[in-house]
Design a protein around this ligand. Structure first.
Ligand SMILES: [Ca+2]
Ligand SMILES: [Ca+2]
Length: 342
């Protein structure tokens, strides 16, 4: 405290004048007297440095991502010191942040880069990978093909846990036909509905790059047809295997069946866009396999769109068959089917 007549300086003013804001500070006060003052504690996450100034040490990027619950990708938020930061929280497509394959499959795309963190028993130890989670809604056979990818892929599948889950399938190269070569991968396994499978897209040797996965789900049989909502709309699937039904205009190849209950009477229209040809689309009423066929359209042109229109009665079940005109076998083809209401 000041002890000179006409001169006084509080500890607070002393600290402020010396531009200190924490800890014990010694100096000469405004009255010319040597003194030591307590300049206070630092707030929040900042700490008192050697110069008696509070400062905040910015958290690491990893700590930032963890604190902001960001598993992957770019995130902009205030860091622990209150400063806005944009942080790359790492690639999506890891065990911790896998991509999601829809239950009905179809096609997903990605690009691998960086360094290897995991591998399958059939390869991938030196190549980067990406992970996709797939939880089928139906038990049965699943097929996944990387045909169309830009590099020599290795694909493995783990069940339940990633990393470390039991490997249910692993393939580097297959002789199954693919238009762009023989280094694509092809896995097939028997899935249990509701179980999550982790599909790891890896590379042979150090291979990496753009890839796609074509996924054929178990759904689409008479016992488990693909359900179309009452209000119609689109579904996208992969299809392979062996024909289970055919229409009057064609359809001796692999197929899928969809069940739809018409919400009102009138004329419904169904279209199918396919990456295969010939392609066949037909509909049966009442019974999946043996019901009366109401319409049938077979297309032989490349990348066709099939269309059928037929009279429907409110409350009646319709079984819409989509499939390959002639091909039976393992290659995964894809299509999109759209049901339009009367
Ligand atoms: Ca790898
Ligand atoms: Ca391969």
């Amino acid at each position: 405290m000041a002890n000179r007549c006409g001169c006084a300086e509080t500890d607070s003013a002393f600290c402020t004048r010396l531009q200190k804001n924490c800890g014990q500070v010694s100096g000469t006060d405004a009255c010319g007297v040597a003194r030591t003052a307590e300049c206070g504690l630092c707030a929040g996450t900042s700490t008192c440095g050697a110069t008696n100034v509070c400062s905040c040490t910015p958290e690491t990027n990893q700590a930032f991502c963890t604190r902001t619950n960001t598993a992957c990708g770019s995130r902009t938020a205030a860091d622990n010191c209150g400063t806005q930061r944009t942080v790359d929280c790492g690639p999506c497509g890891t065990c911790a942040a896998p991509g999601t394959i829809p239950p009905l499959g179809h096609v997903v795309n990605g690009t691998t880069s960086g360094t290897s963190t995991m591998s399958g028993t059939c390869g991938g130890g030196s190549a980067p990978e990406q992970v996709w989670a797939y939880t089928p809604q139906t038990s049965g056979s699943v097929t996944i093909s990387s045909c169309g990818s830009s590099f020599d892929t290795v694909v493995s599948v783990l069940s339940n846990t990633c990393p470390g889950g039991a490997q249910v399938s692993c393939n580097d190269n297959t002789t199954i036909w693919c238009p762009n070569g023989s280094t694509h991968s092809y896995v097939t396994f028997t899935a249990t509905a509701g179980t999550t499978y982790y599909v790891v897209v890896d590379g042979s040797a150090t291979g990496s790059g753009g890839y796609n996965l074509r996924v054929a789900p178990p759904d689409g049989t008479c016992s488990v047809p693909v359900q179309i909502p009452a209000n119609g709309g689109s579904v996208r699937l992969g299809v392979n295997g062996t024909s289970t039904n055919s229409g009057s205009c064609g359809g001796s190849g692999a197929d899928k069946v969809h069940r739809w209950v018409a919400p009102r009477s009138g004329t419904a229209t169904v279209t199918m866009s396919a990456d295969f040809w010939p392609a066949t689309l037909y509909v049966r009423a009442g019974n999946c396999a043996t019901g009366t066929q109401l319409a049938c359209d077979n297309r032989t042109n490349q990348f066709p769109t099939n269309t059928i229109s037929f009279a429907v009665t409110a409350g009646t079940e319709y079984f819409i068959w989509a499939g390959l005109g002639t091909y039976n076998g393992p290659v995964v083809s894809i299509y999109e089917l759209t049901v339009s209401l009367p």
